[in-house]
Design a protein around this ligand. Sequence first.
Ligand code: MG
Ligand code: ZN
Length: 230
Amino acid sequence: MPNEGTEQVMLEASPDEIYDIELEHSLLEANKKLADENRALLDRHGITAIDFMGAIGSGKTTLITKLVERLKDRMGVAVFNGDATTSSDADAISKQNVPVVQIATINGCHLDANVVGKGLKRIQLEKLKLIFIENIGNLICPAEFPLGSRARVVVVSVTEGPWMVRKHPHMFLGAQVVVINKTDLADAMEVSVDQLIADVHKLKPDIRVIPTSCKRGIGIDEVAQTLLAI
Ligand code: MG
Ligand code: ZN
């Protein structure tokens, strides 16, 4: 009986095997230096940059759109949209009549400080107080690449299921704010928002977690107030 019983094989990749191929240490160091330069440039102009990480479909673009709607009459706001293949997010934000920088990564799976720095040279910083940066929809490597923002936000959707937080700890450890979106769908998805919040706080007890339904406009004001206080 060749298939009798079940056998679970555990194969653990060592960091040497994976990270040496995908992420050279020197590359991360170079990125960190450029991120610090971006931050210094932003600080000189009195601009707060916030970057948003999260899966495709978590609601990053919708959240940013709603934040821009609320804030653009009070202060200069610009948005950077990272996208591997399309301009759909930048097109959506452009309807808000704020400066938009679309960063096409050509299938690249994260933004880095270099490309964000290039974007900063392409817009008039003098008029801005706030820059929202939407990272590529990806839960792994954006966490490794700081961009020079003052805070990082992770957007999680209940549609990503109950394991989402526990499977992606690095994303949360490097963030200051977590938005748990699409809470109106939690019952249908049989996902507990309270459990997701508990999972986040277990990783990082002092992180701010805000439940939202961006489509319905729930929780957006709290996100806006939180980000402006950072
Ligand atoms: Mg998007
Ligand atoms: Zn990547």
